[in-house]
Design a protein around this ligand. Structure first.
Ligand SMILES: Cc1cc2nc3c(=O)[nH]c(=O)nc-3n(C[C@H](O)[C@H](O)[C@H](O)COP(=O)(O)O)c2cc1C
Length: 228
């Protein structure tokens, strides 16, 4: 630790890490009327940035859940679909996140597009996707990922890496490449219906733009500006 002490090496000192964000802002009149259309615009920017290597995995998002007692937990997942109704990701239904969502459907999503000085923060509720939608997506996954979904009892404590590798090897022997892998019953999607969607654009001098869509009765959306 001695030669990596942030006090001795300013390159490692988080308190000294300071970026000036760019001047280009986000104005109310430039927003789409529906937050998912605005998301589509920003997602396109992030996807284009990924083509140039500026952003890595633009569809990676942090999902925060909470148990029935309100204790939070967060993890990264890959958003696999979005449309007017919201965002979809896939996971193990016995995982911690899925168990928490069964107790408490309230969820927050965060897209951290740091190289663009942008983040999108969503709050809403999650429900399971239908089995047909899950199966359709499962079929698009690489064979190895399909087997991985069977091999992993996600979020449970396991004895060793060797046990996991052995479980995978057994599955590989049973379902060689080219053989159809059934959709695991404990695996599937969650669709997040947004209640608020905040578009955050970093600006100079920490005077960032924060525009938040809030759902209104009748399916309308109100936009409010938040202080940075
Ligand atoms: C970039 C990235 C993408 C990930 N994508 C997924 C995903 O799509 N689905 C998933 O279940 N876990 C994904 N993970 C693993 C999760 O972060 C997490 O470890 C796992 O889902 C178990 O979380 P839980 O125990 O809180 O339920 C991803 C991790 C990273 C770093």
């Amino acid at each position: 630790m001695t030669n990596r002490d942030p006090l001795l090496d300013p390159v490692l000192d988080p308190a000294a890490m300071r970026k000036q964000y760019r001047a280009e802002g986000l104005a109310e009149q430039d927003l789409a009327s529906h937050p998912m259309d605005q998301f589509a615009r920003w997602f396109e920017d992030a996807a284009r940035a990924a083509l140039h290597g500026t952003v890595y995995e633009p569809n990676a998002m942090v999902v925060s859940t909470a148990d029935a007692a309100g204790r939070p937990s967060s993890r990264t997942v890959l958003m696999k679909q979005f449309d007017t109704d919201g965002f979809v990701f896939f996971t193990n239904y016995d995982s911690r996140k899925a168990r928490e969502l069964a107790e408490n459907p309230h969820v927050a999503l965060l897209f951290p597009w740091h190289p663009l000085a942008r983040q999108v923060i969503v709050t809403g509720t999650a429900r399971r996707t239908g089995r047909d939608e899950t199966a359709a997506y499962f079929r698009t996954r690489p064979h190895g990922s399909q087997l991985g979904a069977w091999a992993s009892a996600q979020s449970s404590v396991i004895a060793s890496r060797a046990g996991l590798d052995a479980a995978y090897a057994d599955l590989e022997a049973r379902y060689p490449e080219g053989e159809q892998v059934p959709v695991p019953p404990h695996w599937g999607g969650f669709r997040i219906t947004p209640q608020t969607v905040e578009f955050w654009q970093g600006r100079e001098n920490r005077l960032h733009d924060r525009l938040r869509y809030v759902t209104q009765p009748g399916g309308r959306w109100k936009v409010e500006r938040l202080s940075p």
